[in-house]
Each structure stands twice: as C-alpha cells, then as structure tokens.
Design a protein around this ligand. Structure first.
Ligand code: CA
Length: 287
C-alpha cells in the first residue's frame, strides 16, 4: 500500500461554519503516520501545542510546506520543504506528517491565500475585517514570559462559579468562567460580550498572549479580541482569534506590534449567541 494515498483521520480543526443550521467542519488528513520528516529544513519547533495550532502555525507562514506533529509529546515542527521520499523520514510513534501543498491557497484552509503576500521571516495575520498583514516572525526564545500568579488583580464581565483567578493559577485543570445574559435566573450579568482582564502590575511591552482553552466545551472560544493598554479604558488591539477552538487548545496570539501595557483583556466580540461564555484554563502573557 502506498502510504501517501493512505488517508488517516487526524483531527477536526474545530472551525465550524454555521450556515442555515448546517455545520461544515474543517478536516485535515495525515499524509504519513508513524514517521517524522527529518530533511524538511525545520525552521521553527513549537512545544506543547495542539494539532490544529500546529496546522495554523504552518499555514500562516507562506514558506511552510509541511509539518510533523507528535500527539503525545505535542511537538510541532514546521518545515520549509515537503517530500515523498522515504529516505527523508524516520520512524516516530504517534507522529504524523502533513504536506501543506494541498491546503495552501485554498481560502477554506488558508487564512491568507495568495502565497506571495508575505516573505520568509514573516507571518500572515488576518484582522477582523479580513485585512491581511505581514508581521515579523518570532520564535519562542524571542519572548519572555511575564509572571502571572494568583494574587494579581484580575476581573471578568461576570462570574459563573469560577472567578478570574482560575485563569492565572498555573493549573490547566481549573478555569475562569463568565455567566451569560441569557441565563434564565433573572440576574443581570451586564454585557453579552463576555470579557476577562488582568493587571500585570507594571508596564511591559506586551508582544504575545497565549490562551489555554478549557478542557471541555472548547468550541465556546471564538471571535476573540485580545487587547492591551496602560488602562482598561485605553486599549489597543493585539490580535484577533476567529476560532472556534478545540478542547484544551493552546491559542498563540502574537501582537501585530508591541503594546506598552499594564492591562491585558480578552473579549468575545459576538453578542447574543447561545453558549456565549468565556472560560479560560490559563492565560500567559509575554513581552
Ligand atoms: Ca487554571
């Protein structure tokens, strides 16, 4: 059997389009299983991210031609080349290889079709209005994490059982949880666009925010604005996440440009939809 014609279900990316009560699910298939691509000129490795985050990190970089993903170690290698030569692979259990050629330029998969829009060393970002921009690519080691611990001042639009602190307690099993204006308990929970914010305690040049999604009902994370600023009344857009996310997904949001900020805020920008809760397992902020 030719392994390259073997279609193996890899994962649902979790992007669901609701159109006239029908749901279209984005689906990606592995081109090779049980193997890792070793000659692809890997230029970024991401640690501890989900498979759809790995897909997204690749598709957003126009020079990314393939990726290898290990579902146990959660290691994601994105590569400048693709291959169908057996000698370019080594056996690795729980690892899949995906050739991006088939997805590149297809607007259903590719947020920034038009492969010449960004050059090597840049990442394509899609703004809310579907405007595309190219920003400088950054590696994990280019960022420094700002300490966020329980005790930092935080807030959220409303609370359904779990306060804002659960998003900065260092435990991926706990999560903050807003309520919803459509709750039938008669309580006014304020805005129908739920939000969460944290006071970093000092001013930093915020450049990246990682959102770790709740392990259940992960689809609720979508249409998310990440903003930062010196006060909650003067915030600038860092990045926007369309979603929807998967359970437990780590969503990496790199700011279009560094933002001098003491506050970071996350807000779902959609009103009056059912199931409109903001629930955050962890939030990590980087400068
Ligand atoms: Ca937590």
């Amino acid at each position: 059997m030719n392994v390259f014609t073997l279609v193996v279900f890899l994962y649902n990316v979790g992007v669901a389009y609701f159109q006239q009560c029908t749901v279209r699910t984005l689906r990606v298939d592995a081109d090779k299983t049980g193997a890792r691509y070793i000659n692809g000129n890997t230029y970024i490795t991401f640690s501890n991210i989900g498979p759809n985050a790995c897909f997204n990190e690749c598709i957003r970089r126009t020079k990314c031609r393939s990726f290898s993903y290990n579902s146990i170690t959660r290691r994601c290698d994105i590569n400048k080349m693709s291959s169908n030569s057996e000698t370019d692979f080594v056996d690795e259990t729980n690892c899949v290889y995906v050739d991006m050629t088939q997805y590149r330029g297809d607007s259903f998969y590719d947020p920034c079709p038009g492969s010449d829009s960004c050059v090597e060393g840049e990442v394509c970002q899609t703004l809310k209005e579907d405007t595309k921009i190219c920003v400088k690519d950054m590696k994990d080691t280019d960022f420094r994490r700002i300490d966020l611990v329980v005790g930092k001042t935080c807030g959220q639009s409303s609370t359904n059982g779990f306060t804002c602190n659960y998003a900065i307690d260092g435990n991926l099993d706990t999560f903050s949880h807003t309520a919803h204006t459509d709750f039938s308990d008669g309580v006014n929970y304020g805005t129908s666009k739920p939000y969460w914010w944290v006071d970093l305690g000092n001013t930093y040049k915020v450049r990246r925010v990682d959102v770790y999604n709740r392990l259940e009902a992960g689809h609720r994370l979508h249409n998310l604005d990440v903003t930062a600023g010196k006060s909650l009344s003067v915030m600038s857009l860092c990045d926007h996440y369309k979603g929807r996310a998967q359970n437990g997904e780590q969503v990496i949001l790199v700011c279009m440009q560094p933002i001098e900020a003491r506050y970071v805020k996350l807000q779902i920008m959609e009103e009056n939809t059912a199931d409109n809760f903001l629930q955050l397992a962890e939030v990590k902020v980087y400068e």
